[in-house]
Design a protein around this ligand. Structure first.
Ligand SMILES: Cc1cc2nc3c(=O)[nH]c(=O)nc-3n(C[C@H](O)[C@H](O)[C@H](O)COP(=O)(O)OP(=O)(O)OC[C@H]3O[C@@H](n4cnc5c(N)ncnc54)[C@H](O)[C@@H]3O)c2cc1C
Length: 509
């Protein structure tokens, strides 16, 4: 029997094949490492692990999993990517957190490899999407599906879905993976794809870290554009705003030149500046006229679209954008545009982050609420939530996003994946990206709860994105018809319920 001592608790491993001490020097109990592993971007949840594994190789991750798997009392293990979870999803109370970024340090820059034919990149699960962007751009290539913010890891976003303004056209990031290497909760190394170990492949995509640790993902690439035309238009009327959004995403044939490359939307409310940390867009000289509209209507709706271009299309892109915007019902005189480098557009949130960080306003509580709402009920949501709860409470600080995406008859959101969406062909992502003080986040949490209650009462079939629940019944309800398979897959790939305990699906500590 090997005994490895972490903190005051020994792990007694009854297995002759496990040399626990192999990873002893990779397990840190350093107070600063433990403290960092017990917090996340949300700054709401806290769970203290016994130790932090700082692995150099996937083998060391597997050794840790074996250690727990064969321990008489197994301990929880959470991969921590960039720790940008909001509710402790990458924490492991009294368990071990794997600091995935330490893999990156040891790969000596080989964590992202572009294939010689340029069709895909093999990317370590610990890599940040900004690193993927920078590396692939060196080859004039890029993935097609993104998140708004790129300082998130590949393993972290593939465990959720990875959505942004490209999702209506290409599907979420989980629909843009060709193959993965995964270490399961039984410490098995498995390569999986739609053809090989497909059950694991679909389980892991949107699987909230429950089935295995992603150590490599193969991401398809396309030629990258050089620059983008980036346009925002304003609406006072919600139904015109959503009608135009839906019209635009319906033109999504890959060869149709009127197809947009990105579409989102957001609310503008009385919060000082019409700009926010997600992106600074409106020219200063236009702030007074935008603010007076907001004062008059209380909420303005902002549609945001982007069309990529390169040397071949630079002379026609303006005409194409004009055609795209023709016939839309935005308020005349409220069209704003920018022309920026492609990489600058994708990395647009970073500048806001750095600004808030310098003001000490980034590392604060983030009581976010992210929802998927069927298109048929988005108008009820506007009336009851945006124009009801939000205006009445008047506490919203931070961006509120509202944009639609297609399922395209299951092609873009394959039902075999673990990710959960409302059943309709078109559904909306709504994100309340609140920042609060350390003493007043409960007021936002109250508002979030009121929104959920309202949806229940109004019969709105809402699904949480980046979900967090505290009871099993809520999880069963969340997964709906997918619960049975989710549970079966858990028994198949992580029967001792070791992985990502901070999601609190199978572990309620
Ligand atoms: C500022 C900001 C902007 C965001 N914008 C978007 C957006 O536009 N679109 C969007 O879809 N999401 C967005 N998110 C949410 C984000 O995608 C998720 O919170 C994501 O999980 C964060 O990635 P991470 O690397 O920090 O993951 P972590 O918080 O470290 O981990 C998240 C979960 O994944 C598990 N996990 C981590 N790595 C692995 C791995 N290699 N293998 C298996 N499981 C793993 C963890 O155990 C945990 O359960 C945003 C979050 C923030 C803070």
């Amino acid at each position: 029997m090997s005994i490895i001592k972490i903190s005051s608790k020994p792990f007694d491993v009854h297995h002759k094949d496990i040399k626990a001490l192999d990873i002893a020097d990779k397990l840190s109990v350093d107070p600063s490492a433990v403290e960092a592993a017990s917090r996340d971007f949300g700054h709401i949840a806290k769970a203290i692990p016994l130790a932090v594994l700082q692995p150099s190789t996937p083998k060391e991750i597997a050794a840790l999993i074996k250690l727990s798997y064969y321990n008489s009392v197994p301990f929880g293990i959470a991969a921590k990517g960039h720790g940008h979870s909001l509710r402790g999803q990458a924490m492991a109370n009294n368990g071990v957190v794997i600091d995935m970024k330490s893999m990156n340090k040891c790969r000596n820059g080989t964590g992202i490899r572009v294939s010689t034919d340029g069709l895909y990149a093999d990317v370590g699960g610990e890599q940040l999407w900004i690193e993927v962007l920078n590396k692939t751009l060196e080859h004039g290539l890029a993935p097609v599906s993104w998140t708004d913010y790129l300082y998130l890891t590949v393993g972290g976003t593939l465990s959720n879905a990875g959505i942004s303004g490209q999702t209506f056209r290409y599907g979420p990031q989980i629909s843009n993976v060709l193959e993965m290497d995964v270490i399961t909760g039984k410490a098995d190394f498995m390569t999986c794809s739609p053809k090989m170990n497909s059950e694991l492949f679909y389980a892991v995509l949107g699987g909230l870290g429950q089935f295995g640790i992603i150590t490599r993902a193969r991401i398809p690439l396309q030629p990258a554009s050089l620059r983008v035309k980036w346009v925002r238009v304003l609406y006072s009327d919600f139904s015109s705003f959503t009608r135009d959004q839906v019209l635009l995403i319906s033109r999504n044939g890959r060869k149709d030149q009127n197809t947009l490359d990105y579409l989102e939307g957001s609310l503008l409310m009385d919060q000082g500046s019409p700009n926010n940390w997600r992106s600074s867009f409106f020219p200063h000289s236009d702030h007074p006229k935008i603010i007076s509209l907001i004062t008059k209507h209380r909420i303005m709706y902002c549609l945001e679209v982007v069309k990529h271009y390169d040397d071949q299309t630079k002379n026609t892109v303006d005409k194409v954008m004009k055609q795209i915007l023709q016939g839309l019902s935005y308020m005349p005189g409220f069209m704003f545009q920018k022309d920026v480098r492609y990489g600058e557009f994708l990395n647009r949130v970073r500048a806001g982050e750095l600004k808030l960080e310098s003001q000490g306003l980034w590392e604060v509580p983030h009581p976010w609420l992210n929802l998927f709402i069927p298109k048929s009920q988005i108008s009820d949501f506007n009336n009851g939530v945006f124009r009801g709860i939000v205006l009445e409470r008047n506490i919203t600080t931070g961006p509120v996003l509202v944009y639609p995406m297609n399922r395209h008859k299951q092609v873009l959101w394959d039902d075999r994946m673990s990710a959960v969406t409302p059943g309709e062909e078109i559904f909306y992502a709504v994100g309340f990206l609140h920042s609060s003080g350390f003493n007043d986040w409960e007021a936002f949490e109250d508002q979030n709860m009121e929104i959920m209650k309202f949806c229940n009462r109004a019969g709105i079939v809402v699904k949480q994105y980046l979900p967090h629940y505290s009871t099993k019944d809520e999880w069963v309800h969340h997964f709906g018809s997918k619960w049975k398979i989710f549970q079966l897959r858990k028994h198949q790939f992580d029967p001792r319920m070791l992985l990502s305990p901070g999601q609190r699906i199978f572990n309620n500590n």
